[in-house]
Design a protein around this ligand. Sequence first.
Ligand SMILES: NC(=O)c1ccc[n+]([C@@H]2O[C@H](COP(=O)([O-])OP(=O)(O)OC[C@H]3O[C@@H](n4cnc5c(N)ncnc54)[C@H](OP(=O)(O)O)[C@@H]3O)[C@@H](O)[C@H]2O)c1
Length: 302
Amino acid sequence: MRVAVTGAAGRLGRALVDALGAAPFTGLSGPLAWTRAVFDLDHPASIADLLERDRPEVVVHAAAWTDVDGCAREPELAMRRNAEATRLLAEACAARGLDLVVVSTNEVFDGRRTDGFGYRPGDEPHPLNPYGLSKLAGEEAARRAYQALAGPAQVAIVRTAWLFGPGAPDFPSKILAAAERALASGEPLRVVADEWGNPTYVVDLAEAIVELLGSGEFAGTHHVVNALAATRADWARDVVARAGLGVEVVGVPGASWPRASSPPHWGVLEATPLPSGEPLRPWRDAMADYAPLLLRARAASR
Ligand SMILES: NC(=O)c1ccc[n+]([C@@H]2O[C@H](COP(=O)([O-])OP(=O)(O)OC[C@H]3O[C@@H](n4cnc5c(N)ncnc54)[C@H](OP(=O)(O)O)[C@@H]3O)[C@@H](O)[C@H]2O)c1
């Protein structure tokens, strides 16, 4: 199976390229890694030529403008990159009978849920910020592109949350740097305690997407996150403990951090079943795997 990955140099994109490279169904040549130089969301019309040139059978769309505050400052650009480019990609794939997986976000929900359950695929999306709006519009455009299709081509939306893993600074690496600064100044580390989500390891998410593709039947909306929810402050305490830093983490309300965008307070997704029936492991177990990489990268950056 020829699988192309957009955003192949991004955090999830790199994990996907690795996981697909190890999958039995991608053959010896492995996946097609489409970086921004190959497929740029600012020039999405190039997709038709790219599909003709590379002839994938499946496209996994991991590229997005993920700067949530940047999206809030420039909502029209967010729409062009996250919705319009996804629409063009989906229409081009659908017209050729190719399968498509669109990676989306927990931020399509407003987070006002108070019953303690995670959001399910059937729950009504209602984004609070321009990033969530642009990602939801991308989801809807992709579904529309496949709606009227008679053939067997399928589209999947894979929503996830709070990604961590190697690459550009992620939440754990920013917390590590902030904790070291706090230690040096003798101050506690203040971290938001009223924002909930599912920290999700890109390695686990990429393997789950490979599992979905390998099953051959993946149409529909999936919620793929590591098990158990956390606040940002819970996650920060986990990072600080793994680094062995004696810094106190003090929970503060999100309102004390002025931001261009408003994240959902309860951004928790309920994971949908994977073909194997095995849920992804709890996020702390995934953090245990990631911690050595995180700590080595931090030491190398000093
Ligand atoms: N990060 C999260 O916590 C999170 C949570 C839920 C869902 N998601 C979704 O998961 C997917 C992967 O996210 P990620 O964390 O791997 O993101 P990422 O590291 O920011 O990667 C996004 C990729 O998109 C590429 N891209 C192509 N054209 C672009 C353009 N014109 N402007 C900006 N970027 C462009 C980027 O290229 P460069 O490498 O050249 O910048 C980058 O490689 C996205 O669909 C995102 O919406 C992410």
